[in-house]
Design a protein around this ligand. Structure first.
Ligand SMILES: [Zn+2]
Length: 119
């Protein structure tokens, strides 16, 4: 992977802001993670499959995981993993083995003389 470094930008939200005042995102091309001050705490959201069934969500690890190729939102209607609400790329907080391949590729690129793999 060419650029292993990430830049994290955090925007301070003004009083009265809501969860949708600024939508956190990533710029994968420039390896930038764009967050806001509300992302530093967990908040409750639901996915397209379970409206009204809110779960604790942490934006920081979710957005960071987006910096790896192929790790995309799973909470959207029609996604093959929409039913896995507990996953971190959905509305949950659990890592899944399906995210490990791009992470291992990055680790094996940036850390020399060491091989990372999962069983
Ligand atoms: Zn996302």
């Amino acid at each position: 992977m060419e650029n292993a470094h990430r830049t994290v930008n955090i925007r301070k939200l003004l009083a009265g802001s809501t969860l949708t005042t600024y939508i956190s995102n990533i710029d994968r091309r420039n390896m930038q993670v764009n967050l806001d001050s509300a992302d530093l705490a967990s908040y409750r959201i639901c996915n397209a499959d379970s409206p009204g069934q809110y779960q604790d969500f942490r934006a920081v690890p979710h957005e960071y995981d987006h910096t790896f190729p192929g790790v995309d939102d799973e909470y959207v209607a029609g996604h093959v993993n929409l039913g896995d609400a507990n996953s971190i790329m959905n509305v949950g907080d659990q890592i899944r083995t399906r995210y490990l391949s791009p992470i291992l590729t990055q680790l094996n690129t940036v850390i020399l003389d060491c091989t990372f793999r999962h069983p």
